[in-house]
Write a protein that binds this ligand. Structure first.
Ligand code: ZN
Ligand code: ZN
Length: 291
């Protein structure tokens, strides 16, 4: 079997034809939804990671954001526990991307505050002085593994969007780089919740867990299930949703703690590393989200 590690002709043409951030956002949304095979910066012919597609609501939230002016470059769900090889992953739910419209930037920083997320923004003319190197977003067996919110140099931006139209690459280079990062590792709906809050039509009923709507139901169909709180939960999600509620996995607003309030000390996992000189610990100070 021959592996063709290049984009197919239709994808190459589509990405080269993008002339602005909106074009990159639409193509990224299509790649997330599985209707486009390749995306620059990823292995050609491969879609998003299973951790993205298997996390309820994440693809819907990211696609919505990409079509509304937040062109995402990377994201990860929150986890805290061993994988199948007994490696311990402590991962903060995070998303990062590019924003050209100041109104979109304002909306993202507002929902970040509302959902208790750290929001790091860099502009080509002014990097976020509080977080020049970003923060540690994943720790595996006590080793720092991924960072979110680091300033991307122009060469890195060009590399991320290699193969797209030059005007679109230039637009990404002039854009704000925005990251939303959960205050600590572990499952949470805060990132998807914040993206739905920022970009979804508030008049449209939407499942709080998977983000499905009447126009975009879950595979096989679903219906609304009456919940304890005034929230929309679909039948496909109801069993897991009520289990997660009991386990305290919420969006940080409706279930967890009031916006802007200190959720209280979270005991660090014994294998957490000490924070480096210019890295924030994975259990970061909730106060930093208000900066
Ligand atoms: Zn649902
Ligand atoms: Zn549903």
């Amino acid at each position: 079997m021959r592996w063709h590690l290049t984009m197919n002709r239709a994808d190459r043409k589509a990405w080269r034809g993008a002339t602005d951030l909106a074009g990159l956002g639409e193509l990224t949304a299509q790649w997330l939804e599985g209707t486009r095979r390749s995306r620059p910066g990823y292995v050609p012919g491969y879609g998003p990671d299973p951790e993205t597609t298997d996390t309820p609501g994440l693809v819907r939230a990211l696609a919505l954001a990409n079509r509304a002016g937040f062109v995402t470059e990377a994201s990860q769900p929150g986890t805290d526990g061993p994988d199948s090889r007994q490696d311990w992953w402590a991962q903060r739910a995070s998303v990062s991307g590019f924003v050209a419209d100041p109104q979109v930037l304002t909306r993202l920083s507002m929902v970040a505050e509302q959902y208790g997320l750290l929001c790091i923004t860099h502009h080509p003319d002014s990097a976020d002085p509080a977080h020049p190197h970003g923060v540690v977003a994943t720790v595996v067996n006590g080793q720092e593994h991924t960072w979110f919110g680091a300033w991307m140099e122009p060469e890195t931006v060009r590399l991320v969007w290699k193969g797209t139209g030059p005007l679109a690459v230039a637009a990404a280079g002039r854009a704000w780089q925005v990251s939303l990062i959960a205050p600590r590792s572990g499952p949470t709906r805060a990132v998807t919740g914040a993206l739905f809050e920022a970009f979804a039509d508030p008049a449209q009923a939407r499942c709080v867990r998977c983000g499905c709507t009447e126009d975009d139901a879950c595979q096989g169909g679903c219906w609304w299930v009456p919940g304890a709180a005034m929230e929309d939960v679909c039948s496909a999600c109801a069993p897991d949703h009520f289990e997660e509620m009991a386990a305290g996995i919420g969006d940080g607003v409706a279930v967890g703690y009031p916006a802007g309030r200190d959720p209280g000390p979270i005991p660090p996992h014994p294998r957490f590393p000490a924070a480096g000189p210019d890295r924030d610990p994975i259990t970061s100070n909730p106060e930093e989200s208000s900066r």
